[in-house]
Ligand binder design. Structure first.
Ligand SMILES: NC(=O)C1=CN([C@@H]2O[C@H](COP(=O)(O)OP(=O)(O)OC[C@H]3O[C@@H](n4cnc5c(N)ncnc54)[C@H](OP(=O)(O)O)[C@@H]3O)[C@@H](O)[C@H]2O)C=CC1
Ligand SMILES: O=C(O)CCC(=O)C(=O)O
Ligand SMILES: [Mg+2]
Length: 745
């Protein structure tokens, strides 16, 4: 590998990011080729990951390699440079839809087994489980997270503020979380004195031993946690909150992260649906069991399964479901025009994006009548829910934040090597029988942590290794030094896990030069308050957080500051020395694909991708000594600044400049910057020609890009689109395409 030219691996993912990348890659290559930098691609879309699991079901031509596995291996090499676009973290309904689409395209892959019984079915189920939920990021994120709004982006937001809803002191919006019986309350944690192999087992009330996880290898200094969510406490909590919302006449919404917390949160979600529709479930339980209804996959699953029933029976069930609404509160809607509620699919409302969107719009969500309303935001797990109540209180008192004056909150997040909840999926269990849940040293038989659990409780073990914690503290110190901003570690001494982290952070800080730096540790609620007090005064504060708060805060603050987390710079300095450059912090925006297919307008903003590419090139320049990579990085940064200054971002409205037009302007400005630099005459001459061609043809190209809009287009699939069709749609300007092709000759 060392003998070849430096190269960047560009991921191909799903939905809007994939569409945008198909247009952007030819631009990237036109710029990197003259600098001797190769750009390769790696398809890690949900469809490709599914196909990679089933080579034995496919023909030779249909087989695809295990790209994700290969990328995972590459993260361990110091020269690795990956650009990672957001990908679908699939819920079961999304997985089923992707399987169906692939089968329709002639791939003979099996259905997802409903209730796997035979060995073959279990094997199929396990293969699909590897494609489910957040299964890409934990593999690639072999480093901690550094997310921030670059200065140019922040200045743009100050000059062109996005809309913010009004907050009233009379707002009834609030967060409801459990006060006992959740993961937070019974948590136990310890730091390992030495390397140990442990197992997770359950000793039932009758003395039966059930081994749930035969082996977890742990190293010296690793932190482990044991925690459980009581089913009984959860059901009581839901009942209470639903009743409270009904009595007090406030709308109810549920916020979980069933995609990232792919084992525990679908269960938590399913209980909410069953409690809300309790009467209907009691009446039809037997039939639902027969049909294999599983509302952990949303109410949509129930509607799908009853489809096959005779219409009279189906109508009776639907009527019974509707009747439940009479003594339940109004539900927040995902799509009020189509009657799709918060309970329809567990991947529709994802807490990291849904809570900030609600806070940005003055604490309101949509009701069934299409009007926005205050809401009781139910977020069962209290561990992190309290930070949202704190910001809601702050907004009620101080009004909405003002993007033109507010400061910024960058994040340094602990996530490397499957830190904390990221690595808990294979260590999370729905308890079959009451008993003691133990984490046991395999060699000595010593019970390290133990908890009493009941049937239906969700028990999980999280781990975080010592090396990532050290790397995280180092990153926080480096960022404090580079930015001059204070750093706040959001750690709660009352939470056993975080108390263990506090000890480590304090120890690690002693190993760094922190002279003149402002570094503090505060509980999450206090951290939020402290940060907000500064934010409103235009002051900046770095949040150093664990994995879940990394996820939550890197949507929350960017959405308030910039309108979207898509405009964030998101870097993962890999612990082995390489770099993973992500784009923004937000998702893959399914709505954007719909608009493209219906109206041929893509409102997705690729700004995060432009920013990621610049740091990827900068890093390559630094590590490989390739001056041209550095020049490309600097000119790309300048071009991105100009793009913002000239307001050439995609518009939401069909007919106006969209993603493709914005990319054209980036190419024009980038070529102009290169044509103006004096460091490398070869690059200057090369790009002067492209800059001239693009500038001379600006009107024609913009016209060609606008002309195609307004009509439906066909891309041959949602999860596995036809790439030729996609390229044709995403690259409609003949003049632009020719100019890029000529630049590579
Ligand atoms: N790193 C990763 O791989 C991540 C993947 N995901 C996955 O993405 C999917 C959806 O997630 P979620 O974030 O909740 O929802 P969305 O992707 O729908 O994002 C929420 C809203 O943010 C706005 N937005 C996000 N990105 C952009 C962009 N680049 N340009 C313009 N606007 C943008 C859009 O607002 P508007 O509609 O107003 O235009 C969008 O509707 C899920 O499958 C989830 O698993 C989520 C987070 C990270
Ligand atoms: O891994 C995922 O599912 C989503 C991650 C995410 O939302 C983020 O990193 O911000
Ligand atoms: Mg997120």
């Amino acid at each position: 590998m060392t003998s070849r030219d430096p190269f960047i691996i560009y991921t191909l993912t799903d939905e809007a990011p994939l569409l945008a990348t198909r247009a952007f890659l030819p631009i990237v290559r036109a710029f990197t080729k003259p600098a001797g930098i190769e750009v390769t691609t790696s398809d890690i879309s949900l469809a490709a990951r599914i196909l990679a699991e089933f080579p034995d079901y496919l023909t030779d031509e249909q087989r695809v390699p295990d790209n994700l596995g290969e990328l995972g291996r590459l993260t361990q090499l110091p020269e690795t440079n990956i650009i990672k676009l957001p990908n679908i973290s699939a819920s079961v309904p999304q997985l089923v839809a992707a399987i169906k689409e692939l089968q329709g395209q002639g791939y003979d892959i099996p259905d997802l087994p409903q209730d796997a019984k035979t060995d073959e079915e279990k094997d199929i189920r396990d293969r699909y489980a590897r494609c489910l939920g957040s299964s890409v990021n934990p593999v690639l994120r072999e480093g901690n997270s550094d997310r921030r709004a670059p200065r140019a982006v922040k200045e743009y937001a100050r000059r062109h503020p996005h809309s913010m809803g009004e907050w009233s002191m009379a707002s009834r919006t609030h967060v409801a979380h459990m006060r006992h019986g959740d993961f937070y309350h019974g948590e136990k944690s310890m730091t390992l004195d030495r390397a140990r192999d442990v197992k997770m087992d359950l000793v039932t009330g009758e003395g039966k031993l059930i081994v749930l996880k035969p082996k977890v290898e742990l190293g010296e200094g690793d932190v482990i946690d044991s925690m459980f969510m009581s089913k009984k406490a959860l059901l009581e909590f839901y009942e209470e909150q639903m009743e409270d919302a009904r009595k007090t006449g406030v709308m109810l919404s549920l916020h979980v992260k069933a995609t990232m917390m792919k084992v525990s949160h679908p269960i938590v979600f399913g209980h909410a649906v069953r409690i809300f529709y309790k009467d209907a479930f009691e009446k039809h339980q037997e039939l639902f069991d027969e049909l294999g209804v599983n509302v952990n996959n949303g109410l949509g699953d129930l509607y799908d399964k009853i489809e096959s029933l005779p219409s009279s029976q189906r109508d009776e069930i639907i009527e019974d479901l509707h009747r439940c609404h009479e003594h339940r509160p109004e539900l927040a809607m995902v799509d009020s025009s189509r009657g799709i509620s918060n309970f329809h699919s567990p991947s529709d409302v994802i807490v990291d994006a849904s809570m900030p969107a609600m806070i940005r719009s003055g604490g309101k969500m949509y009701g069934a009548d299409g009007r926005t309303k205050d809401t009781k935001a139910v977020m069962p797990e209290s561990t992190f829910a309290r930070i949202y109540q704190e910001i809601i209180n702050f907004c009620k008192t101080n009004g909405a934040f003002d993007p033109t004056t507010m400061g910024t909150v960058p994040n340094v997040g602990l996530m490397a090597q499957k830190a904390e909840e990221y690595g808990s999926h294979d260590k999370t269990f729905e308890i079959p029988e009451a008993g003691d849940a133990n984490i046991v040293d395999i060699e000595t038989g010593e019970v390290l942590l133990t908890q009493h659990v009941e049937a239906g409780d969700i028990w999980r073990m999280c781990t975080v290794k010592d090396a990532p914690i050290r790397d995280w503290v180092k990153l926080a110190v480096t960022r404090a030094r580079d930015s001059g901003m204070p750093v706040l570690f959001w750690l709660d001494p009352y939470r056993p896990h975080e108390n263990e982290l506090i000890k480590k952070v304090q120890q690690c800080l002693k190993e760094h030069d922190t002279e003149g730096l402002d570094i503090q540790i505060m509980s999450q609620v206090r951290s939020m308050r402290y940060t907000l007090e500064r934010l409103i005064r235009g002051l900046d504060t770095i949040a150093a957080t664990g994995n879940i708060l990394r996820d939550y805060l890197t949507d929350l603050f960017p959405i308030l500051e910039l309108g979207t987390s898509a405009k964030m710079l998101s870097i993962v300095p890999l612990m082995a020395g390489g770099g993973l450059y992500e784009t923004g912090a937000g998702g893959s925006a399914p709505k954007h694909v719909k608009q493209l297919v219906e109206e041929n307008h893509l409102r997705w903003d690729s700004l995060g991708e432009f920013l990621a590419l610049a740091v990827s090139l900068e890093d390559m320049g630094r590590k490989s000594g390739n001056t041209r990579a550095r020049i490309l990085a600097e000119s790309l940064d300048a071009a991105t600044g100009k793009l913002l200054e000239n307001n050439k971002n995609p518009s939401r409205k069909t007919g106006e400049l969209d993603n493709r037009g914005s990319q054209f302007y980036l190419a024009l400005y980038w070529a102009q910057e290169l044509a103006e630099q004096s460091e490398d005459s070869g690059l200057r001459e090369h790009f002067a020609a492209l800059a001239k061609k693009l500038a001379d043809n600006e009107d024609t190209i913009v016209k060609e890009l606008a002309e195609v809009q307004g009509q439906a287009v066909e891309i041959g699939g949602y999860y596995a689109p036809d790439l030729d069709k996609l390229d044709a749609v995403m690259r409609p300007s003949k003049t632009f395409n020719e100019a890029l092709a000529a630049a590579q000759e």
